[in-house]
Ligand binder design. Structure first.
Ligand code: TYD
Ligand code: MG
Length: 455
């Protein structure tokens, strides 16, 4: 006999608890537990070892069907996807509100529709008229995208089931969808999970590429249901600062391709423009060097991107606790670097406020940024600019050594292309680029000597 038992699901992490609590025991968020549709618990043990159908095994080296991908026509989108949309795959796209997810997906849908594919765009957030207005603004009003404003998954799947399956189905957003089979308001974990499950099943059966837009919470994870990330094939995030023009499309998980390639776009009056050569977007273009500024040749997948790192150090008079503020880099990494500079190089930051900013709204994730950050900090502390047209890269260890990093040659070649003349990095660098004066540094102390001795 089946009996039902109450259960509560944390709306932040999806963990299940049988008792209501103010704080989730798993992720420590407050007031996130919501009663869920009752789960059926069987009081008798069921025997699962008989009555099923036999499954067949295949060897690992069985010939695989080659992946066919459909290019969207937006080369930067395709690049971030690993070469295009895979039919039958499910993609979750996260990003802050207003960053441009709807714009990007409408542009992609229009490209596919204009190229002869069927593209369906379902908006649960905006009325069709609003989406049409956006399309007009983007100059895409003539694209044969099938557009609807709907939130009922049953209605959507019934409608799609009666027509030829689309090549691309965009659901904007999954948090606004609801299924009448599931209890709870739209946006709760059980609704989001249930709706996503139904939509993904449709996509797999029909060979449709499905894109689910997902809202992002303050801390950057896709709102509420982390569970969604496990259900889909690709998780992408669309990043950038709203106040800046540039946007980066990154894949965080991809079952069909690499996860380190990025797509770069610029938000313009006519929608998102592709930026096919992003290497100098995040530079200030200033000729005269400034104290506290260092240029870092970052690598995004196979593409070099040069970024300016800015540091500001303010000495405090009183004994107040000094602030450390970071935009675009990891604050724990900054704390580590400050500690290494204090312990290994004898510099003191303890009575100073430290501000670090990566220009252009860019977010650095490359560990080779350590040396450039250290150079910016030391330059700011000494109030001395770094060498003109110089780039800095290398990982810093806790012992204060500059450790080798991947693709030094590629970083230097791009720097030369953009007019840089001096490179500083790890001593071991197998592939030095001609046309640039390279100096290997062994210790962080060598960097400090170098900066302090500049006139
Ligand atoms: P949107 O795609 O609605 O963001 P999301 O779906 O991620 O919430 O983008 C909205 C922002 O983009 C809005 O602030 C205005 C800006 N925008 C432009 O600058 N140019 C354009 O052509 C369009 C369509 C939007
Ligand atoms: Mg939107």
């Amino acid at each position: 006999m089946a009996k039902t038992k109450k259960r509560y699901i944390c709306q932040a992490c999806g963990s299940v608890s049988h008792r209501w609590q103010g704080q989730c025991a798993d992720c420590a968020e407050w007031n996130t537990l919501v009663e869920d549709a009752p789960a059926t618990v069987f009081s008798q043990k069921h025997d699962l070892s008989s009555g099923g159908r036999a499954i067949s095994f295949v060897p690992l080296d069985a010939p695989a069907e080659p992946l066919v991908r459909r290019t969207t026509g937006l080369a930067e989108f395709d690049r971030a996807l690993g070469g295009g949309l895979v039919p039958g795959s499910a993609i979750l796209m996260g990003g802050d509100p207003g960053i441009g997810k709807s714009t990007l997906l409408l542009q992609a849908a229009a490209r596919i529709a204009k190229g002869g594919g069927r593209a369906v765009y379902i908006s649960g957030e905006e009325a069709s008229a609003q989406v049409r207005m956006r399309a007009e603004r983007l100059g895409l009003a003539d694209a044969p995208v099938q557009l609807a404003a709907a939130t009922s998954v049953r209605d959507i799947l019934t409608t799609l089931g009666e027509m030829e399956p689309p090549a691309l189905l965009v659901i904007d957003s999954i948090q606004t969808m609801h299924s009448d089979m599931i209890e709870g308001a739209p946006g709760t974990v059980s609704q989001v999970r249930g709706c996503a499950f139904e939509l993904i099943r449709f996509a797999k059966e029909c060979g449709t590429a499905l894109v689910l837009v997902g809202h992002v919470t303050k801390d950057g994870s896709i709102a509420g249901p982390r569970v969604l990330e496990h259900m889909v094939d690709v998780v992408m995030s669309f990043e950038g600062e709203r106040s800046h023009q540039y946007r980066i499309l990154r894949s965080l998980k991809n079952r069909f391709g690499p996860v380190d390639e990025i797509g770069v776009f610029a938000m313009e009056g006519q929608g998102l423009a592709e930026v096919s050569n992003p290497s100098m977007l995040f530079l200030s273009g200033r000729e005269e060097p400034l104290a506290g500024s260092a240029v870092f040749p970052a690598l995004e997948g196979t593409r070099p991107v040069l970024v300016e790192i800015q540091a500001l150090i303010v000495r405090l008079q009183s004994g107040a606790t000094p602030r450390r503020a970071v935009v675009g880099w990891d604050s724990a990494r900054l704390a580590m670097l400050l500690a290494v500079l204090e312990a290994r190089c004898g510099l003191s930051f303890s009575s100073a406020e430290v501000y670090l900013n990566v220009a252009g709204g860019y977010r650095l994730s490359d560990p080779a940024a350590d040396l450039a950050v250290a150079a910016a900090l030391v330059s700011a502390l000494a109030d001395k600019p770094l060498a003109r047209r110089s780039v800095w890269f290398g990982e810093v260890s806790l012992a204060g050594e500059i450790r080798p990093v991947a693709h030094g040659g590629l970083r230097l070649r791009e720097s030369v292309k953009l007019g840089f003349e001096q490179g500083y990095g790890p001593e071991e660098l197998p592939d030095r680029s001609p046309g640039l004066n390279y100096r290997g540094l062994r210790q962080l102390a060598n960097l400090v000597d170098r900066v302090m001795s500049t006139p």
